[in-house]
Design a protein around this ligand. Structure first.
Ligand SMILES: Cc1cc2nc3c(=O)[nH]c(=O)nc-3n(C[C@H](O)[C@H](O)[C@H](O)COP(=O)(O)OP(=O)(O)OC[C@H]3O[C@@H](n4cnc5c(N)ncnc54)[C@H](O)[C@@H]3O)c2cc1C
Length: 471
């Protein structure tokens, strides 16, 4: 089948609303969120049903055309757009598959299509007096299919786990166009290999997720949010341990924040102000959820903070007194990605070490980067409660950003060598995509890499699904 014949068949399957071929209309799908990756496509497919996704995949398999699945296009590793040299590919956007198929309040489950925007799922759960805990700053645009394909983390992993932990069942279109229907709400099912986990975190390289059954939880009745200045990162980790013990493990979020990123948020994104009167070097933004009646939880949080202040771990703290104040605290955290965008493309790292070793990582990585690239500005923040730090280097103010970026591979090696030496991960939650592909090949043990390649060859022997990403 020629490319032209394939395109004609794809258009027939998709109908007039289901594709874009005009260069201008396609443009926004073909560049990633950071503007760092872009590539061409023969067509942007916008299927409305699982059957249409399967039909597209079958045609592309026959014609040997690659398919790049895309959700909300908020990924940070270049996985969701074609590569510059990809001349024979289509981009397949799941955005029109955005229905909530059903919500079972008694089962605490919700069945959603892949293109549902994360925030709309949170809202659907809330409307039924339930809670869907996956939460990240991109939640207004990222889609659940993308969240599952990247195994997204976010701010509540500490209590509820990663995206993987929130899934009971999946529906997936395979590279040959067959539909695997694993849409179950069962809590227990030990009938052989758990296939859904192959596709979660696979970044669209093994199948296209079209729907999912997700776990819901009781809605939190009491919420305590605190913005805290701490002595240093080791005081933060000691505070986390005390808060978990002192609140009956009610802590759901625990974010470590350095002063440098706060300054960028206040300078670059409107509508933020400092919750504390004085400047400090390190902060924690933490949240705890409790049951009916807020006084017990409030007392427990205040008790832990009071003792930590006496012991010199905490310097100052503000507890949110209203929903608006809670939102203002979280806005600061959510604006951190946006704040960096104004400073040029950073050299980023999304690393994880065991929680107790976060301070050691910072003690080693900050001086190592200062020695390797003295002019760079370092920002460090992230989900310290999960051992996950976003450790980024920004170009010097007024410096040449392109020259700065030629240092990326060298600086990545400095940071990742430290991480791997500490038994950590070079990609905690953002995935591999294109950005970390060569680093994965460098650090992942060869048996693990070969097993991943074996899986890819078995499910996608012609390498048509998101080729060149991850592996
Ligand atoms: C401001 C901001 C904050 C962020 N914060 C976090 C955070 O706290 N934690 C975190 O983990 N990430 C974070 N991210 C990264 C990003 O939001 C997540 O990776 C998110 O899960 C991506 O979802 P998406 O729908 O945008 O996917 P996309 O970017 O469209 O795609 C991501 C990958 O999944 C594949 N894919 C998408 N949909 C499907 C599908 N239906 N089937 C198969 N493959 C598919 C794509 O091919 C690509 O490889 C943040 C990003 C931004 C911009």
């Amino acid at each position: 089948m020629t490319d032209l014949e394939a395109i004609v068949q794809l258009k027939e399957i998709l109908g007039p609303k289901g594709y874009l071929e005009d260069t201008g209309a396609m443009a926004r799908y073909l560049v990633d969120w950071r503007g760092a990756y872009r590539g061409p496509a023969l067509l942007v497919a916008r299927p409305a049903t699982t059957a249409e996704v399967a039909g597209c995949m079958r045609v592309c398999a026959l014609a040997g055309i690659a398919v790049i699945p895309q959700g909300g296009n908020t990924g940070l590793v270049g996985g969701s757009v074609p590569r510059p040299g990809d001349t024979r590919c289509i981009l397949l956007s799941l955005e029109r598959m955005n229905a909530v198929r059903r919500l079972d309040a008694l089962d605490f489950t919700i069945t959603v299509e892949a293109g549902c925007v994360l925030k709309s799922i949170q809202k659907a759960a809330e409307d039924a007096d339930r809670f869907f805990p996956l939460s990240l700053a991109a939640e207004g645009s990222c889609q659940i299919g993308g969240n599952l394909s990247t195994n997204a983390g976010g701010i509540q992993v500490l209590r509820y786990g990663m995206a993987r932990d929130l899934v009971l069942g999946l529906e997936v279109v395979l590279p040959n166009g067959e539909i695997w229907s694993g849409l179950t709400g069962l809590r227990k099912d030990n009938t052989g290999y758990d296939l859904k986990h192959l596709f979660i975190g696979a970044e669209g390289t093994l199948g296209i997720i079209t729907a999912a059954v997700l776990k819901l939880f009781p809605r939190p009745r009491a919420i305590e949010t605190a913005f805290i200045a701490v002595r240093d990162p080791s005081a933060a980790i000691e505070l986390l341990s005390r808060m978990r013990a002192g609140t009956g493990d009610a802590v759901t979020a625990f974010e470590l924040i350095d002063r440098a990123i706060l300054d960028l948020v206040y300078a670059n994104v409107a509508g933020n102000s400092d919750p504390l009167a004085q400047r400090h070097d390190w902060y924690v933004l933490t949240e705890s959820f409790g049951a009916e009646g807020s006084t017990g939880l409030r007392d427990a949080v205040e008790r832990v903070l009071g003792q930590a202040m006496e012991d010199g771990l905490v310097i100052d703290a503000a507890l949110a007194e209203s929903h608006a104040q809670r939102q203002a605290f979280w806005k600061i955290r959510e604006d951190m990605a946006e704040a960096q965008k104004h400073e040029g493309v950073p050299i980023r790292h999304d690393i994880a070490v065991t929680v107790s070793r976060v301070p050691e990582f910072l003690e080693r990585a900050i001086p190592a980067c200062r020695a390797a690239l003295p002019d760079a500005r370092i920002v460090a923040f992230g989900h310290a409660g999960d051992g996950n730090i976003h450790f980024n280097l920004l170009p010097p103010r007024g410096g040449d950003p392109s020259g700065f970026h030629t240092e990326m591979a060298r600086i990545n090696r400095v940071v990742h060598d430290i991480v791997v030496d500490m038994g950590g991960s070079i990609s905690a939650e953002h995935g591999i995509g294109l950005l970390r592909r060569d680093e994965l090949a460098h650090y992942k043990p060869s048996l693990a890499l070969e097993t991943m390649r074996l899986l890819k060859r078995t499910l996608d022997p012609r390498n048509l699904l998101n080729p060149g990403k991850v592996l």
